[in-house]
Design a protein around this ligand. Sequence first.
Ligand code: 13P
Ligand code: SF4
Length: 346
Amino acid sequence: MAFAYISGMETQPASALATPRIPSNLEEEIARLKAEMNAVILAHYYQEDDLQDIADYIGDSLELARRAAETDADVIVFCGVKFMAEGAKILNPTKKVLLPDLRAGCSLEISCPPQQFKAFREAHPEHIAITYINCSAEIKALSDIIVTSSNAEAILAQLPKDQKIIFAPDKFLGGYLNKKTGRDMLLWDGSCMVHERFSEQELIKLKVAHPAAHVIAHPECPEGLLTHAHHVGSTSSLLKFTEDRPGESFIVLTESGILHQMQKRSPGSQFHLVPSALDGGACVSCNTCPFMKLNTMEKLYLCMRDQTPELELAPELIVAAKKPLDRMLEMSKNIAPTAIRQTISN
Ligand code: 13P
Ligand code: SF4
């Protein structure tokens, strides 16, 4: 039975209280629940620092999908957004998947409603659908191959040059891939609300102030920003770029959460996060993902204690969405693992 804590003592069942009490020793309690449940905690780089620090694995979307597919833990606790937790459930359907806050969506997912995407596909019967992993399970079920920012180029390289392709939902990642690979993929009109609003003006000011700094950017940024970048890549690729250059200076065009691992791994380096175009460039916190930041240590503890919210999907949706995700993992076999393993418990 789950107990609530009052002044550090177990007193009465949590269900008897309107407001769930949170113990003061959260880390210990989460570790205890993890062992009790035989759970693995996976966290994306955009999570709050304390969530990253308590996770068994931290990684980008590809790495977290791989960890979820391979784990022999009974429960996957996903500190990330819903499409990531859905991916874990689809790839490993017999596991219980918990997400601290089920409202943790993604603007790319929202920008691609299944009915409209289905109609788009039907209007282009000769095209296959290569779909960015930042989408709903329904969109995955309507797709041929899923890609992430880590493996999209490698997967496209395995397809015939003249293959007609629809790419959804991120028009900026799609545009970047078109330019990089010389393809002419038809792009869905979606975007990430965080990456599309970095201020180019503020970026230029930072470049002037730090002329030796490397500009590093996630490919969800618009083309105008990417033209300034010395390196474009997934979160794990950006992290590796900074680790390979200890003591240097970096102007960072991605969500602020990544700075935690960058600073941890390269304490002697300098990192400058580009402010958002909102509020005339004055708003640095506008570049945090509001969905990723819905998860907190308190919610992580409660979701493990109460085993809810649980991510559940209809069995037929799992079967349909698993095919393009399995294809992704199969076609990414030559990409080396990059997940950071923090504990040896799972
Ligand atoms: P990565 O797969 O590069 O970590 O990107 C995930 C994401 O949501 C970026 O906004
Ligand atoms: Fe989605 Fe953008 Fe948040 Fe990534 S940063 S989860 S793409 S809204």
